[in-house]
Design a protein around this ligand. Structure first.
Ligand code: ATP
Length: 373
């Protein structure tokens, strides 16, 4: 069992800076958990406390049935893959992968079997005699992953392993790592993986669950789709999704027993289920959120908004229309068929009617920023 559990974990650096504030997290055996959040939110610090590379100021870290607060990294049953690969430059790929096993006094034939097996999984069999400097960044990163695999750890820790790769390689490595997680599981090695990234696309595509962090605190832990469709708060709503959710100050008002969102002088009718929850906010300021794909243009469905178009981006498969509602910029994301339409007429400043699908909107409490639905 390689469940990883953090109980009220805190990190105060020697200069007195508190980087991690009482984090409670339960990572299941065999789970692929992603830590995501903006730069400085303490993803790496938290991961390094699990690895044993950073001391824990208070709280407990458990791996399986052991409390590992004072266990040295090498005895924690973990293997870590770093952003900068951290390969030994003077050793061949084979020896880079075999080194840790030799130190652990594993018999040579077993080492060979594990190295060949990992090399095959990662398509690096042809590179086993090369030195790190004779390889591309993507190949080096595969070696670094291979070095982790051969150790058969209970827990893999990845610290932004793909950030040094170009966009195309990042996509292929991301698929490979996800595939590896599944392959290991199928082969009976139920590897728990914790993966740090600031890239929310990596988080969404790789994670069984995602832990969204901000300022050393957990904002929400959930499956990618739950985070997307039911963000717990305004921070998660704005962080997960690209282009980001449109968020603007609004007011809840009531007329003729109906509840509306009043936004930039327009009144958007809330459907009954949402109206019930928004009722006690009548007369109050809130944050209104709507995803770009839930805004349509020139259609009869939904609640109308008049915006001034600023930019139209036609991507081929979809169209992004940026428009201003007062001072606030919004984005509408239109699907493929929309590309056959000519949006050139919507030049800068053209007042245009947009429609928000209010069944899909979110309302956040103005003070606590928690989702009220
Ligand atoms: P990034 O995505 O930029 O790598 P991160 O989310 O991984 O960021 P950390 O590197 O964990 O963030 O840093 C968390 C906070 O702790 C930051 O505010 C950082 O400045 C601070 N910090 C990190 N290391 C130290 C240190 N040795 N001493 C003092 N503060 C530190």
């Amino acid at each position: 069992m390689a469940e990883v559990v953090l109980k009220k974990v805190e990190k105060v650096y020697p200069n007195g800076f508190k980087a991690v504030h009482g984090v409670d997290l339960d990572i299941r055996d065999g789970e692929f958990m992603v830590f995501v959040g903006p730069s400085g939110c303490a993803k790496t610090t938290t991961l390094r406390m699990v690895a044993g590379l950073e001391e824990i100021s208070s709280g407990e870290v458990w791996i399986g049935d052991r409390m590992v607060n004072s266990t040295p990294p090498k005895d924690r049953g973990i293997a870590m893959v770093f952003q900068n690969y951290a390969l030994y430059p003077h050793m061949t790929v084979y020896n880079n992968m075999a080194f840790g096993l030799k130190m652990a006094k594993i018999p040579a034939d077993e080492i060979d079997r594990r190295v060949q097996d990992a090399a095959q999984k990662l398509d690096i069999t042809d590179l086993l005699d090369r030195k790190p400097k004779e390889m591309s960044g993507g190949q080096r990163q595969r070696v670094a992953v291979g070095r982790a695999i051969v150790r058969k750890p209970d827990v893999f820790l990845f610290d932004e392993p793909l950030s040094n790769l170009d966009a195309k390689l990042r996509v292929s490595m991301r698929v490979r790592i996800t595939q590896l997680h599944k392959e290991l599981k199928k082969a009976g090695q139920n590897a728990t993986m914790i993966y740090v990234t600031h890239d929310q696309v990596e988080a969404m595509t790789m994670g069984d669950r995602i832990c969204v962090m901000d300022y050393g605190k957990i904002m929400q832990v959930d499956t990618p789709l739950n985070l997307y469709h039911a963000p717990a708060n305004k921070f998660v709503a704005g962080f997960i999704g690209s282009p980001a959710m449109n968020l603007a100050e609004a007011e809840i008002i009531s007329k003729d027993d109906q509840v509306f969102v009043s936004l930039n002088g327009e009144e958007l009718l809330l459907p009954e289920d949402k109206a019930t929850k928004a009722e006690h906010y009548v007369g109050q300021k809130v944050w209104f959120g709507i995803r770009p794909e839930n805004i349509a243009i020139n259609e009869a469905a939904g609640s109308g908004l008049t915006g001034k178009v600023s930019v139209v981006e036609q991507m081929g498969n979809e169209v992004y229309i940026y428009f201003f509602l007062g001072e606030q910029q919004f984005i509408a994301r239109l699907s493929g068929e929309s590309n056959s339409r000519d949006f050139k007429a919507l030049d800068y400043g053209t007042p245009t009617r947009f429609f928000a699908d209010m069944n899909k909107c979110h309302i956040f409490d103005y003070e606590t920023e928690q989702n009220i639905f």
